[in-house]
Write a protein that binds this ligand. Structure first.
Ligand code: PMP
Length: 463
């Protein structure tokens, strides 16, 4: 591959980055010793780095660039909005055209019983909003003792205090004495890793009933809400067994608690439906959203609010003491509107459901035959490969967990494809505009990467 920049700018950028920039979710010491990869440009599903290499963005950034990179239309909409009204807040009885238009649009796209949205700037802020909103709701409904929120181990809801607490990432909890009080975690529907001898169907029901057990143990009068991702993303694309959501729905119907479906990854077409809640017919009370809402062009998130919750937090009156300087930022709202317009015009949701989704899934399933792969799974355009040392035996794990995933990820990058490693699972979540040719290439590169990883593991005696 040809270098478009000489060595100096890359080296200088790396040095300055190491000297001054603390990266999210990184071992900064280790990263600085190695040097960051510098991405300078992107177009469609393709990234370009500072050495001129083109790399396929198999993760749509961080699961967010639904419409692909470099859409001038969004940049133009933002530019126009910034020239007209670059910023004004939505506090103190004010509003502005783009935020009104976006709220109305979201009410139209969301499930029928969700007609309102509270805006923020990220998925984490959305879940901080959820944390406060569910407690506020119950206080307004005359049940202030309903405070506990039930989340799931290995769920991910962001990295603020509330997000980390609601999520079930033990390593994150370990830093800073989290979760905050009032959060309880139950098991996840991860059949491949935790299903033991059970069939996926039996395991799905058994693990769903952990919710019922938790509510009974804590006391229904103390439980405010249950929060879950329709499909866990950051936890490793955990697709629940088919029996899981129907059983959870049965339990939620019988219990007076709110249900929060975290749509930060599953929302905006990722599963071939506008929301993961549509895909699984979940009828949530609240839906945190972010990422695909603006395809990551500008930071914006929100919480979709059902008519039921609106009764408590709006109809009953009284101020909800919550909000952000950038709640409903005009330029971010304009970016989101332009993004949603592209998604509708190009029928990207339908495309994932009927065309490119099934097309890539077929390729992906075929990777399940590889000797290194214990399971290949995908819904819509989000998938995972379970890397295993012994094919056919779900109980066997690699000795130094996570190392093989990292090796595979690095080989994938060298081969020109961004795949993410979650421990020893390889994750893919490409832009929804992925073409058939690009899907062919993605699958071929993933196959080549698996072959090379397998050879490397043999060479180093890991298998
Ligand atoms: N919820 C889910 C399901 C997520 O996947 C993420 C981010 N990966 C978040 C919340 C947090 O979003 P953000 O990084 O925008 O704060």
């Amino acid at each position: 591959m040809t270098a478009v920049s000489n060595i100096y700018p890359t080296a200088a950028l790396r040095a300055a980055d190491a000297a001054h920039h603390i990266h999210p979710f990184s071992d900064t010491k280790e990263l600085n010793a190695e040097g960051s990869r510098i991405i300078t440009q992107a177009d469609g599903v393709w990234l370009t780095d500072s050495d001129g290499n083109r790399i396929m963005d198999g993760m749509a950034g961080l699961w967010c660039v639904q419409v692909g990179h470099g859409r001038k239309e969004i940049a133009d909409a933002v530019h126009k909005q910034m020239c007209e009204l670059s910023y004004y807040n939505t506090f103190f009885k004010t509003t502005h055209p783009p935020v009104v238009a976006l709220a109305e649009k979201l009410a139209q796209l969301a499930p029928d019983h969700m007609n309102r949205v509270f805006f923020c700037s990220s998925g984490s802020e959305a879940n901080d909003t959820v944390f406060r909103m569910v407690r506020h709701y119950w206080a307004q409904m005359g049940k202030p003792e309903k405070q506990v929120i039930i989340g799931r181990w290995n769920g991910y809801h962001g990295s603020t205090l509330a997000g980390t607490s609601l999520g079930g990432m033990k390593a994150m909890h370990g830093q800073g004495n989290l979760p905050v009080p009032g959060v309880h975690h139950i098991d996840q529907p991860y059949w491949f890793g935790e299903g033991g001898d059970m069939s996926p169907e039996d395991f799905g029901i058994a693990v769903a009933r952990k919710l019922e057990e938790a509510i009974d143990q804590i006391g229904e009068d103390k439980v405010a809400a249950f929060i879950a991702e329709p499909i866990q993303g950051a936890g490793g694309v955990i697709i629940p067994p088919e029996t899981y959501w129907p059983e959870v729905k049965r339990i939620l119907k019988e219990r007076d608690i709110l249900f929060v479906a975290d749509e930060v990854i599953c929302g905006f077409g990722r599963l071939g439906s506008w929301f993961g809640s549509d895909y699984y017919d979940l009828k949530p009370d609240l839906m945190p959203i972010a990422k695909g809402l603006s395809s990551g062009y500008l930071p914006i998130g929100g919480v979709m609010v059902s008519d039921r919750v609106a009764e408590g937090i709006i109809d009953k009156g009284g101020e909800f003491y919550h909000g952000y300087t950038y709640s409903g930022h005009p330029a971010c709202a304009a970016a989101a509107l332009a993004n949603l317009e592209i998604m509708e015009r190009e029928k990207l949701v339908e495309r994932v459901r009927d065309d490119i989704g099934p097309y890539l899934q077929k390729h992906w399933q075929a990777l399940g035959d590889h000797p290194l792969v214990g399971e290949a799974r995908m819904v819509g355009l989000v998938g995972a490969l379970e890397l295993v040392p012994v094919k056919g035996d779900r109980t066997k794990k690699f000795a130094d967990e996570g190392t093989v995933g990292t090796i595979c990820r690095d080989i994938s990058f060298k081969n020109g494809l961004v795949m993410r490693a979650v421990s020893d699972r390889m994750i893919i979540s490409p832009p929804l505009v992925l073409s058939h040719e690009e899907a062919d290439l993605l699958a071929a590169t993933a196959k080549k990467t698996l072959d090379e990883t397998y050879a490397e593991l043999k060479r180093t005696g890991r298998i």
